[in-house]
Design a binder for this molecule. Sequence first.
Ligand code: SF4
Length: 383
Amino acid sequence: VCPVGALSENDHTWKVVEALANPEKTVIVQVAPAVRVALGEEFGHEPGTIITGKMVTALKQIGFDQVFDTDFAADLTIMEEGTELLGRLGRFLAGEKDVPLPILTSCCPAWVNFVESQFPDLIDIPSSAKSPQQMFGAVAKSYYADILKIDRKDLVVVSVMPCLAKKYEADRAEFSVDGNPDVDLVISTRELAHLIEQVNIDIDELEDSEFDKPLGVSTGAGVIFGSTGGVIEAALRTAYEVHVKKPLPKIDFEQLRGFDGVRAAEVDFDGLKLNIGIAHGLGNAKALLTEIRNGNPRNFHAIEVMACPGGCIGGGGQPYHHGDSSIIKKRMDAIYQIDKDMPIRKSHENQAVMELYDKYLGEPMSHKAHDLLHTHYSQKDKA
Ligand code: SF4
């Protein structure tokens, strides 16, 4: 039982404390993009206050051995998902029949679960790329454990997520090796705030710190995963430059941004017109998927879906917003501000991700990348 009482209702939080107290374990943490623009609300800050540096310092003071960034894994996701998108498109344009299009993003576990249970006939169209949380765990327990020269069982991977579905995702059997999960423990943004309070850290008094290397190196493309439209924008930034072989004329795909529940936009890849769909909220996603089931009349090539309103910034583990969309919009503005301020804003320019490919994975969609970073889906009973 938790000695301070307040943690007794939260198994994962207490298990994190236990892991940190175990001298035989190396305990690392990854933090999702949406957390840094909402955590401050739990300490009285305005929605959208960016407290990344103080959050990293707090996690180091709590005792994590390394503080890493899920944005690194978001960049990695883009390398895999963007390559998969271009691969499917290439086959489609070459006249191949039955190419699974539109490709659907797959980084939201609530959405994946929804497809598996409600639209099993469309189960072959989501990207096979794992979510950033799970890519991080898979890379940490292989590549990073090798760097540390430790067994994966002695490495504890903790996630701080805006999301309750991420706890379920980490428990999926396909995301473990010989019973050892890639991600061991998941706490929410609210639970991290409680932990910071319980260990008597005054977050406002903290200096800023940087994420650790190599799994804390990221780009602006990684951070916009936190907002509706951000995953597909990040993918297109990379897919454009890989396909067209020229720098993007304008890095911001503003036509993909916004708060409407279902959005559609055409993106010009130097003459190749791509039709992009975006939905947030499962009701909106259902409408879009029903359209695809009925023949894809708008000829979408790629669709991003996030289950929560606004995307992960509106996730169920975030500080309560009580349906106030102005709070979510402020978090969204903060996400795009972080992206704008980043020196590197395209996933394929993330040097730590490139080093991971050079030293370990080979290239995107290689055999090893496929083994480590991709998954499969299966039909689930309707709830
Ligand atoms: Fe989790 Fe919501 Fe983000 Fe999906 S959209 S990953 S359910 S926070």
